[in-house]
Each structure stands twice: as structure tokens, then as C-alpha cells.
Design a protein around this ligand. Structure first.
Ligand SMILES: NC(=O)C1=CN([C@@H]2O[C@H](COP(=O)(O)OP(=O)(O)OC[C@H]3O[C@@H](n4cnc5c(N)ncnc54)[C@H](OP(=O)(O)O)[C@@H]3O)[C@@H](O)[C@H]2O)C=CC1
Ligand SMILES: CC(=O)N[C@@H](CCC(=O)OP(=O)(O)O)C(=O)O
Length: 345
């Protein structure tokens, strides 16, 4: 059903994801921005924390409570993991809730507890419409779990090969992220002098919490368990992720088959672009946009498929996906308020 003047609230408006949501929502023709909430920063002017959001500079951040968030058509939750579940269960059923956190992404309760260490709250429709069979569940949905930033790009770079049965169910993903992926809260390894002029791996050895999310996406596509070895890295830039996925080709699979599978998988997708042959994704081309840039090659000597993808972790990796999902939930054209144009140089 098409609605106009849709009233939206953003919980976590003082954070990075909340700020990016507001940047996009300010340019969205169908919404009216309602309550903006925070935690330790409640009572502050938004302008003191998000100086780039000039039209909202004098809005005062409210506490994140059920009372403040009720009375909106849509609530975006951009809160730390584990915070959304308790809040969501008290909000009205008919309200559309789009959760940027992880609380409702995983279907497997055991995987949740292993990686997050708390009780599983359940699962909601997963907000990656470009994965086969996902869009329909988002149309008209009232609860949506936005994917993690690494899983978005890591799943999309390998999805066509997995869905077409071109690779063995055993993949390796190495992904480099800008520091905004870690959120705004000060962390020792994210201080300027630790990050500048430096690149480091972290969460190595299958322990990063995005591993089960990528596994869930690829296994569902394969119709059998897919083993995922995922290694994230931190690089000295504020936004963007560049991910490389590698897998062994099944016997007899040709480079032509691979190219055709990728072209066909995303032919009708407005946000996922398989680049022309010979051109490789780079993060700057997608920064600030909801686009994913992809490229794939066959390494014949090693018998491997190698796929590379770039996203902006805060846009298609979080807030852009959240807006795209809201559009689907409310019946707005999917691209409303979203751009595919990045930055250069
Ligand atoms: N950054 C990214 O690239 C991505 C982030 N996400 C997810 O989005 C969510 C927000 O992340 P991000 O914006 O980066 O994090 P930030 O640390 O930048 O922001 C967190 C926000 O949550 C608020 N907050 C903190 N603790 C509580 C609490 N106990 N109750 C209510 N509100 C609280 C903060 O308010 P205050 O400032 O007042 O303390 C702030 O507004 C997380 O779940 C994250 O995993 C998902 C994909 C990518
Ligand atoms: C660079 C960096 O630290 N990135 C974050 C991922 C952020 C994200 O997408 O994810 P969630 O919503 O699942 O927290 C990390 O590795 O924890």
C-alpha cells in the first residue's frame, strides 16, 4: 500500500548508521522525519553530533524509549547488538521496524549463541533483496533485519556462482573495511595514530560474528552446507569495504559459464553492477551510494573462481539497505531516495 507523509523515527541518531540514515531520509520524498533518539547523548542538539545534517541541526535527541518511538509508521533501529530485541517486542505490531543491528539476522539459535553469547531473539525477513527469493518476503513486511556490512558484499560476490552450482561448497572471503564499520564509540585500535598508515587483520580463524551470516546466505542458496572461511581487515579509510571471494571451480566449469551466471544474476538489479570485463571494483566508486560493484575472474592455473566486490559499509552496507527495505515494505519504488553514484577521485 502506498503511503505519503510516512512518519519515521530513527533510534541511534547520534551514531554512524543513524547519521547515514538521516542523510538519506532527508532526500526521501515520501517521509517526514519524526523522533530522533540516542542514549548517552539524549538531550543534545543533533547538530552538535552530526554537523553535516544541517536541516536537522536544532532537533534535540530524545531518550530511546517505547513511548518516544510509538506513533510513527516506521522506526529504524541503529543501536548496538542486543538492544533492539527488547525494544522491538514492545513496539506496536503494525509499525514497520527496520533493524540495522544483528539481533534478528540469524535463523540458527545455536549459531547466534556461539557468536553473540546471548539468547537468540528470533529471525526476521533478511534485508538483502538481491539474493534470490528474498525480495518477496520484504514487500509488505513489518519487521526487517538489515544484513551486516561484510555479509552484504561477501554474499553478493559469491551468490551467482553458488546458485548456479559452479563452485565447490567451500569458500574463502577476505574483506578490507574502513573504520566507520566499527561505529562511533572510541576503541583503542581505531585511534588515528593506530589506523593511519596501517592495515591489520582481526577476527581471524573463523571467529568473526559475520561468518555464520555469510554461511547462512550461501548455504540457503546452495541447498547444502557451505563452509565459509572469513577474514576481515581494517584499512585506513573512513568508509567502504572491498571483499575478495575465492572458491574451487567444479569440474568442467568454464570462464564463459561464470561470466554468464554473474551477468544473468544481476541483470535486473538496479543497485548491483557487474563491471565491464577488465575493470575491477574500488571503494571510492560506491562511497555514499547504494551501489555494489562486482567483478569475477577464473584463475585457470589454480582452478579457482575469484570474485571482488565493493560497497559503502554505511550505505548499501547499512542505512541504504535499510531505506531500500523500507521502500519495499511500504510499496514505494525501490530506488526512492537512493543513489548509485559514488565519488571520484
Ligand atoms: N557502522 C557500520 O558500518 C554498520 C553498522 N551496523 C549496525 O548498526 C548499528 C549501529 O551501529 P553504528 O551506528 O555503527 O554504532 P555507533 O556506535 O556509531 O552508534 C550507536 C548508537 O546507539 C546508541 N546507543 C548506544 N547504546 C545504547 C543503548 N544501550 N540503548 C539505546 N541506544 C544506545 C548510541 O547513542 P549515544 O551516542 O547517545 O551513546 C548511538 O546513537 C549496530 O547494530 C551496528 O552493528 C550494521 C552494518 C554496518
Ligand atoms: C571495521 C569493523 O569493525 N567492522 C565491524 C562490522 C560492522 C557491521 O556491519 O556490522 P554489524 O551490524 O554486524 O555490527 C566489525 O568487524 O565488527
Amino acid at each position: 500500500m502506498r503511503m505519503t507523509g510516512t512518519r519515521v523515527a530513527v533510534a541511534g541518531a547520534s551514531g554512524y548508521a543513524g547519521g547515514e540514515l538521516l542523510r538519506l531520509l532527508l532526500a526521501h520524498p515520501e517521509v517526514e522525519i519524526g523522533a530522533l533518539t540516542a542514549n548517552s547523548n539524549a538531550g543534545e542538539r543533533l547538530g552538535a553530533l552530526q554537523p553535516h545534517l544541517l536541516p536537522l541541526a536544532d532537533r534535540i535527541l530524545e531518550p530511546t524509549t517505547v513511548e518516544v518511538l510509538s506513533g510513527h509508521d516506521v522506526v529504524f533501529l541503529a543501536l548496538p547488538h542486543g538492544t533492539s530485541a527488547a525494544l522491538a517486542e514492545q513496539l506496536p505490531e503494525q509499525m514497520v521496524i527496520v533493524d540495522c543491528g544483528a539481533d534478528f539476522r540469524l535463523k540458527d539459535a545455536e549459531a547466534w549463541t556461539t557468536f553473540y553469547g546471548t539468547e537468540h531473539a528470533g529471525s526476521w525477513p533478511y534485508g538483502l533483496p538481491e539474493l534470490p527469493d528474498h525480495r518477496a518476503a520484504l514487500q509488505g513486511a513489518t519487521r526487517i533485519a538489515v544484513p551486516g556490512c561484510y555479509p552484504t558484499v561477501s554474499s553478493l560476490i559469491l551468490a551467482p556462482a553458488v546458485a548456479a552450482g559452479l563452485i565447490e561448497p567451500d569458500v574463502v572471503v577476505v574483506a578490507a573495511s574502513g573504520t566507520s564499520g566499527a561505529g562511533k564509540a572510541l576503541k583503542a585500535n581505531l585511534l588515528g595514530s593506530e589506523v593511519m598508515g596501517n592495515t591489520s587483520a582481526y577476527g581471524v580463524g573463523g571467529v568473526h560474528r559475520h561468518t555464520p551470516e555469510i554461511t547462512q546466505n550461501l548455504s540457503a542458496l546452495a541447498g547444502e552446507p557451505v563452509t565459509v572461511s572469513f577474514t576481515p581487515m581494517l584499512v585506513p579509510m573512513s568508509r567502504g569495504i572491498l571483499a575478495t571471494g575465492t572458491a574451487t571451480l567444479k569440474p568442467g566449469v568454464t570462464a564463459d559459464q561464470v561470466q554468464q551466471a554473474y551477468a544473468a544474476a544481476f541483470a535486473d538489479e538496479q543497485f548491483v553492477h557487474v563491471l565491464p570485463q577488465g575493470q575491477w571494483p574500488q571503494t571510492k566508486s560506491v562511497v555514499g551510494s547504494n551501489a555494489v560493484h562486482l567483478q569475477v575472474a577464473v584463475d585457470e592455473a589454480a582452478n579457482k573462481l575469484v570474485a571482488v566486490g565493493a560497497v559503502d559499509n554505511l550505505t548499501k552496507g547499512t542505512a541504504g539497505a535499510a531505506v531500500q527495505c523500507m521502500n519495499l515494505a511500504l510499496g514505494f519504488p525501490e530506488q526512492t531516495g537512493l543513489s548509485t553514484i559514488g565519488l571520484a577521485p
